[in-house]
Every structure is written in structure tokens, then in C-alpha cells.
Design a protein around this ligand. Sequence first.
Ligand code: CP
Length: 322
Amino acid sequence: MKQFISVSDVPDIDAMVQKALAYKADPFKDRTLGRDKRIGCLFLNPSMRTRLSTQIAAQQLGMETIIFNVGSEGWSLEFEEEAIMSGSSVEHVKDAAPIMGKYFDILAIRTFPSLKNREDDYSELFIKQFIKYAGIPVVSLESATLHPLQSLTDIITIEEENQKLKKGNNKLKIVLTWAPHVKPLPQCVANSFCQWINKWGKADFVITFPEDYELSEQFTRGATVTHDQDEALKNADFVYVKNWSTYTDYGKIYCNDPEWMLTNEKLQLSNNAKVMHCLPVRRNVELSDEVLDGPNSLVTQEAGNRVWAAQAVLSEILKPTM
Ligand code: CP
């Protein structure tokens, strides 16, 4: 694998899930695979889980990790080609990225969208410029429109639980539900979850959100879409809760109806569904305490699995090619 930017970089999702679960069972089985290799983790935006889990994963493969908080500690970067740099940006990515390519063997990058201009955000300019100029494999730690390490983790977690459900040949029902939030958030996690679950193809996949919160069809195509959350939740085996801001009239909060918060009462409609969220979560806004602290919540298990997803991805990139 040359890069990990989206599900398109993964030829076989199930094989990647099994690889991650094998690392969960035996974290140090490839402790020398990354010996004498170094990963640079660049953060243009904040993180807790992604930062720590990627570092742990790299260390378990024997890699050295250097974390660089570009957003708060580094020179501000320019990404536009042929920019006249008379503004606040100090260094162009075409100067910075090749240097990182000399320092590191793998470059991992977190960069959020501006939520101001959809075309700009959906062009994925920042991560594409790093890919173009670094000359080494690039791993997304969440980009403007996608969060593939989170989505791989989510499928790992669903697969772990699925083995306990023993549904035989009956297809799982997975529901992605929009939830209220106090701030306009990116569509990355939702887009990515849709992209991965659709490609995985092992579930009846339903997406539910209030009017005006539709996601780009490039990610949702293949899923059932409804504005009726109660209907969506019926017989669900997994409920993935996530807020996102509007896509069409980009980056806005329209309806923020608290009725969309997932509660135990709503969960009664489901097939005793397990509840997922990528975290961080706004308690009693997106999800009620009773759900988050209850027996159906997978959120801690899910966040724990971030290590194994990252380890599987880094291992695929490090794997010697014939
Ligand atoms: N889910 C997730 O990416 O968490 P962090 O923002 O803390 O990395």
C-alpha cells in the first residue's frame, strides 16, 4: 500500500480488519517491521485519539515517531500553486513537504476543512499537496472530507461485535444517525463511514438526518436515506451517532432539534443496537449520558481499536514489496 487516504487505497477491507484483529491479539508480533524507520505525524488541527493511537501503533511496529503540531508550533503553510506569498503564510508546502520526505519514511497528516468554501474543502488540496511534494507514503489522520482510520476502526469494532451476535446469513442493519451539536462540524466522519460501509457491502445501511443535512451522494450512494429517525432505528443492530454541518448550503447549522439526540427510549426501537460514536462527544447534546454509560455503548472499545487500525495500515505500508 502506497498511501492511506480513503477506502480506495484498501483492496480488501476484510483482510485489513483481520490484520488489525491479529494485532489486537498479539500487539508486538511485528515489533521489528518498522525498525530504523521514522513516521512524522503532522497536526494542523487538534487530536487526542488519532495522535496517541497512531504513535502507539508505530511504536509497536518498532518505528520512531515525531509529532509536529504544525498548526500551533510550525510556520504557517501556503498550499496554493503560484501563490504570491505576501500574506500571513510563511512557507510553501512545495518547500516544506520535500524536506519532510527526507526526514521521514511515512508522513501522517491531520488537516480539517475550513467549512467556508465547499469546493476548496472537497478538493482536498492540503493532503494532495503533501502527497505531491513529500515523495513518501502519506497517511490521512483525517482530512477535509474523510477520516479513513476512524472508518476502518468502526468496521473492526462492528466485526468484533458481529461475531458475538451470530446473525448467521441474516444481514446486519447499520444506521448512521445525525445528532445535534453546538458548533458546525465537518462531514468527514459521516462521509467516510458511508464510503466504507457501502464498499464493505455486508450490511443493510440506513442514513437518517433532518431535512437540509444531506451528505454528498458520492458517499451515500447505495444506502437507504430517510428523514424519519424512528423508522430508521427499527431493528437496527448498530447505531452510529454523529453530527455534521450542512453540505448544500455549506458548513451551516440549520435545524438543531434536540429530539434527534439518541436516548434509551429511542434505542428501544432497535434490535438492542450497539451504539457507536467516533468521540469526542457532547454529552446530553449528541448522546444522552444513559446511552453513553449504558451496556449498549461501544465508544471506549471503538476508540481503543484505533490502535489496531493504525497498526494494520502502517504495517501494510511498511511491508516489503517483491
Ligand atoms: N475520533 C477522533 O479522530 O478523535 P481525535 O480527534 O481525538 O483524534
